[in-house]
Design a protein around this ligand. Structure first.
Ligand code: IPM
Ligand code: MN
Length: 343
C-alpha cells in the first residue's frame, strides 16, 4: 500500500500521526505499508513561496491513496493554500465525489444524542459549482467594485455524481436518495440538476427519491435527520450541509471524508472534515477520531473492508467509554484505538 501523507497545517500533523498509528495497528502483516510524507502547507509557503509544485503533484499521483490532515493558516492570506493546494488536488485528481458519512455513533454527544436512526451519507460534488474559481472583480477597492463568482455545472459533472449517489443508494438498506439544491432561485443550475436527477432516477425504480431546497434541508438536518439516507448536492451546499451534519452527529471531531475518484484514474484522498483549528494546534487537545475514521474510508476504498469495519467498531467502543467530564488528548485517543485493534 503506497500512501502519500500530507499532514498540513495546524492540528493536521497531530491528528495524522494518530491516523497512521491506527492504520499500522490494523493492517494485516501481508500488507506492506509504504508512506511518503509531503511538506506542504503554511510552513512550506513561508519558507519557499511554494504551494504545490508540479513535480510534487505528479509524485502524489503515483500513490494508491492520499491521507491529508488539514490545510489553512491565519498567517497565510485566505485562499492561497485552500485554493492552491487542497482544491487543486481535488480538481487535478478529479475527486468528483466528496463522500461524507453522517452517522450518529452510540454514546456520541450533541443535540441528537441517542437517536439510533441517524445514518446518512452526503455525496457532495467535488470539482465544480462555486468552487470552480470562475469569477472576477472589477474596480477593486473602489466604491464601484463588482465581484462575481459564477457556479459551473456541466451535464457531464452533474450526471456522474448523481449516478454515483444512485449506485450508493442501491446498496444501502433504506434505498433512498434526496437531491438538495435551490432550484426556486438558482433556476439554471437547478434545472440541470433536477432534470439529470429525474432521468437517472428512471434507471433506479427501486430507489425512493425526493427533493429539498437547501434551506429546508438545514431544518431537517436538525429536527428530523433520520429522514435522510443518501443526499446528493453541489459543492458549496455540500460543504455547508456537512459541517451541520457533523455538528448533529457527534461533533466535527468525528466527521470523516473521502475525496473519491471512483474511476481510479488518480488516487483518492481522505481527510477529516474539520479544518486546521489553529486555536488548539500544538495543545494536544484535537480529537483524532475524524482522521481515524477517514483512514477507515481509505481502507474500504482500497478493498480492505474488514480492516475498515474493525476501525469503525473500535471507534464505537471507544466512544461508549468516553467521559465528557474527563476529555482525553490527541495521543491518548490514538493510543487507545490502536491498543484495541492490536489486542
Ligand atoms: C472542507 C473545507 C474546504 C472546502 C476548505 C478548506 C477549502 O471547508 O473540506 O469542507 O470548502 O471544501
Ligand atoms: Mn467545509
Amino acid at each position: 500500500m503506497r500512501l502519500a501523507v500530507i499532514p498540513g497545517d495546524g492540528i493536521g500533523p497531530e491528528v495524522v500521526a494518530e491516523g497512521l498509528k491506527v492504520l499500522a495497528a490494523v493492517l494485516p502483516p501481508d500488507v506492506k505499508l509504504e508512506t511518503s510524507e509531503y511538506d506542504l502547507g503554511a510552513r512550506r509557503w513561508h519558507a519557499t513561496g511554494e504551494v504545490l509544485p508540479d513535480a510534487e503533484l505528479e509524485s502524489l499521483g503515483q500513490h494508491d491513496a492520499i491521507l491529508l490532515g488539514a490545510i489553512g493558516d491565519p498567517s497565510v492570506p485566505s485562499g492561497v493554500l485552500e485554493r492552491g493546494l487542497l482544491l487543486k488536488l481535488r480538481f487535478a485528481f478529479d475527486h468528483y465525489v466528496n463522500l461524507r458519512p453522517g452517522k450518529l455513533h452510540p454514546n456520541a454527544v450533541g443535540p441528537l444524542a441517542g437517536n439510533p436512526a441517524v445514518d446518512f451519507v452526503v455525496v457532495r460534488e467535488g470539482t465544480e459549482g462555486l468552487y470552480a474559481g470562475n469569477g472576477g472583480a472589477l474596480r477593486t477597492g473602489t466604491p464601484a467594485e463588482v465581484a462575481t463568482e459564477v457556479s459551473v455545472n456541466t451535464a457531464y459533472g452533474v450526471e456522474r455524481v448523481i449516478r454515483y449517489a444512485f449506485e450508493l443508494a442501491e446498496v444501502r438498506p433504506r434505498r433512498k436518495l434526496t437531491l438538495v439544491h435551490k432550484d426556486n432561485v438558482l433556476v439554471h443550475a437547478g434545472n440541470l440538476w433536477r432534470t439529470t436527477f429525474d432521468a437517472v432516477a428512471d434507471e433506479h425504480p427501486g430507489i425512493a427519491t425526493d427533493y429539498l431546497h437547501v434551506d429546508a434541508a438545514t431544518i431537517f438536518f436538525v429536527t428530523r435527520p433520520e429522514r435522510f439516507d443518501v443526499i446528493v448536492t453541489d459543492n458549496l451546499f455540500g460543504d455547508i450541509l456537512t459541517d451541520l451534519a457533523a455538528a448533529v452527529t457527534g461533533g466535527i471531531g468525528l466527521a470523516a471524508s473521502g475525496n473519491l475518484n471512483p474511476a481510479g484514474t488518480h488516487p483518492s484522498m481522505f481527510e477529516p472534515v474539520h479544518g486546521s483549528a489553529p486555536d488548539i494546534a500544538g495543545t494536544g487537545a484535537a480529537d483524532p477520531t475524524a482522521t481515524v475514521l477517514s483512514v477507515a474510508l481509505l481502507l474500504r476504498h482500497l478493498g480492505h473492508d474488514r480492516e475498515a469495519e474493525r476501525i469503525e467498531a473500535a471507534v464505537a467502543a471507544d466512544l461508549a467509554e468516553r467521559d465528557p467530564a474527563a476529555p482525553r488528548g490527541t495521543e491518548q485517543i490514538g493510543d487507545a484505538l490502536a491498543a484495541r485493534l492490536a489486542g
